[in-house]
Design a protein around this ligand. Sequence first.
Ligand code: NAG
Length: 260
Amino acid sequence: MKMNNLSLLFLTHLTLFFICVCSQNIAQTQFVYKWSETYCNKDTPVGCKQIPPLKFTLNGFWGTDSNGNIQQGCRDPEIRDWNKVFDTTMVNKLSLFWPSLTKQDSKDMWKEAWNTYGTCTMERFKTPTQYFNRASRLDSEIGDLLQSHLINSNGIVPCDSATYNNVEILNSFKQVSNNKDVSFTCKDINATHAYLNQVTFCYTNDAKNFVDCPTSVTNKRCRVQNIIVPRPSPPKVRAFFNTTKKKIFCDNRFFFRKSI
Ligand SMILES: *[C@@H]1O[C@H](CO)[C@@H](O)[C@H](O)[C@H]1NC(C)=O
């Protein structure tokens, strides 16, 4: 009898708890990359443990409500066996696009991502494994595209002496997002110049299809007219940028910019 009462009490609490946990209403999900060099050396320098890679790495994956507010700080109803979540396969997958660039251990960083943001997406991703697999899936869909359109195709050449305007940067990103509206942010240098910092891709709440990012997010775009995508490790020869010929000399070689 006593046991039954206890169980009932326990059940009631458990139910209430789940109602709290599951009441998060995710309208969209956002997949945010950062330009590693800006993160490491141009924004408040964070002290990266190595020369940043010449690529975007993941900054975060989270859900937003209908007003575009990031959902965070939900409680995880379960104790996780992290050794099981981060098995070799998962670690290899995540390390490719979501490495810790600082001294923080990557696994600790991913755990933090789950505890801060992942737990608020549990109506869609019931376990850390589902959440991280979805992140990995998204990167496999757009990570290479992002890299090839922006960095490897002479589209946007990362170079401290080359500048791009908002439209050029936006159009490059929209080639990746199926022409859906994306948001990107900058780290200002002065009134006219800024470093590209992050780009946000917005998805349906199951993180399967692109949608336009909400205006509350797109309004945060770079305001300046000259955007620099800084290049990791300083070029050995002084770089210059020839606007008329659309020729950029950076890192000891020439890049030819196709018009975007
Ligand atoms: C702003 O920063 C850019 C890049 O560092 C520089 O070339 C430009 O001269 C600066 N402009 C002013 C007004 O300081």
